[in-house]
Design a protein around this ligand. Structure first.
Ligand SMILES: NC(=O)CC[C@H](N)C(=O)O
Length: 381
């Protein structure tokens, strides 16, 4: 029985958790983080921004509504490893096609259940993000701890290269009826609207779904595409996607963006926000334990309004490093970190450049921030 295969998770601080495998046999090393969303495990599993990370869900029972191919944020799971308190034995949902554990095994994801996830998360909260090793092969504590300490971590690595597409592509699928704001039938895809060239650094699919659903013609380009190549496509706007890992080593990306600022309207999300900020001369830093969940409060400084947002980031833009060109537009009400910026000199012109650290495309999460897509549409028109 796969349910009875033992598995262990070891942290670099010497803590070892013993549980049961609910995924593939194997051994993986990554940064151990936690996500506080009560639902959305499927979107978490397939979000390419989790590349290099072993994700712990704080909600104690995961898998109860199974897996539906309509709900993925990329073609396959991208997490390096997965940790839950309890894998639901029942998948109760008419849309479910496969149970969580079978899905994890099918895609080779090493995963563990039946460990004290509260103890694990409290440790990550107080000590900060840690490297870890998750294994069904090696169950020797000392050996696992040594491997965790020798593992690469996230800082200084270019993880975008692992998930960005090799070739240029197009996108035409709109939002599904399940994610439409008003819950009505499928949105018509259009292509008569503006042409968006989207840098795909490991983009969640709900982003191009929003763009296509707004009538945009969407061209997806690899993260290494130069500014001249983007401009040759004659875009009405340039989108900068989310993506995994440390933004600072991605010099090719920030350099290309620097050459596009002021030439076309630019909208960035998450890694795209960090890269736009770097391109304008700001710095980024690693957060102690990151923001990952579906209910993070963010204040829009222009209106004073609070949005409840979906978040997934381990790095952030350093407030003290902001050049005079950049203005803070949104802040986190949990820890005061920067959640949005805009280029001061370009605000109100035909080529604004703005970005947010959180996820207005939701999936999973609330729809409060959808207005940012409307702002981008207005800028392109
Ligand atoms: N979701 C994202 O784009 C994450 C951005 C970046 N990799 C971070 O962890 O901060």
């Amino acid at each position: 029985m796969p349910e009875s295969t033992p598995a262990k998770l070891a942290l670099e601080d010497g803590t070892v958790f013993t549980g049961l495998s609910i995924g593939a046999e194997g051994e993986v090393a990554g940064e151990v983080c936690f996500n506080t969303s009560m639902t959305g495990y499927q979107e978490v599993l397939t979000d390419p921004s989790y590349t290099g990370q072993i994700v712990t869900m704080t909600y104690p029972q995961i898998g109860n509504y199974g897996i539906s191919s309509e709900d993925t944020e990329s073609a396959t799971p991208k997490v390096t490893g997965f940790v839950v308190r309890e894998n639901s034995r029942i998948a109760s949902n008419f849309r479910s096609e496969i149970k969580l554990d079978n899905y994890l095994r099918r895609h080779g994801v090493v995963a563990i259940e039946a460990i004290d996830t509260r103890a694990l998360v409290r440790r990550l909260r107080s000590s900060g993000a840690m490297r870890g090793v998750l294994s069904t092969r090696d169950l020797d504590d000392e050996s696992l701890i040594a491997k965790a300490r020798a593992s690469a971590g996230l800082v200084g690595r270019d993880l975008v290269s692992e998930v960005t597409p090799a070739e240029r592509g197009t996108w035409s699928e709109p939002l599904s009826c399940w994610t439409r704001l008003d819950g009505s039938g499928s949105q018509p895809a259009g292509s008569a609207g503006p042409h968006v060239v989207a840098y795909d650094y490991g983009m969640k699919w709900n982003i191009p779904r929003h763009l296509a659903g707004n009538g945009c013609r969407v061209t997806l380009v690899p993260g290494q595409t130069t500014a001249d190549e983007v401009l040759a496509l004659e875009p009405d706007g340039v989108f900068l996607s989310n993506g995994p890992g440390d933004p600072e080593p991605l010099v090719y990306a920030s350099q290309a963006i620097a050459q596009l600022v002021g030439k076309k309207p630019i909208f960035g999300i998450c890694l795209g926000h960090q890269l736009l900020s770097l391109a304008c001369g700001a710095k980024t830093f690693k957060l102690k334990f990151g923001h990952r969940g579906s209910n993070h409060p963010v204040q829009d400084l222009a209106t004073g309004k609070v949005e409840i947002t979906s978040q997934n980031h381990g790095f952030a833009v350093e407030a003290d490093s902001l050049p005079s060109d950049l203005e803070v537009t949104h802040v986190s009400l949990n820890d005061g970190t920067i959640e949005g910026v805009q280029h001061r000199g370009l605000a109100g012109t035909a080529t604004p450049a703005f970005s947010v650290q959180y996820h207005p495309e939701a999936s999973a999460g609330p729809h409060d921030s959808h207005y940012l897509f409307d702002r981008f549409m207005a800028a392109m028109r």
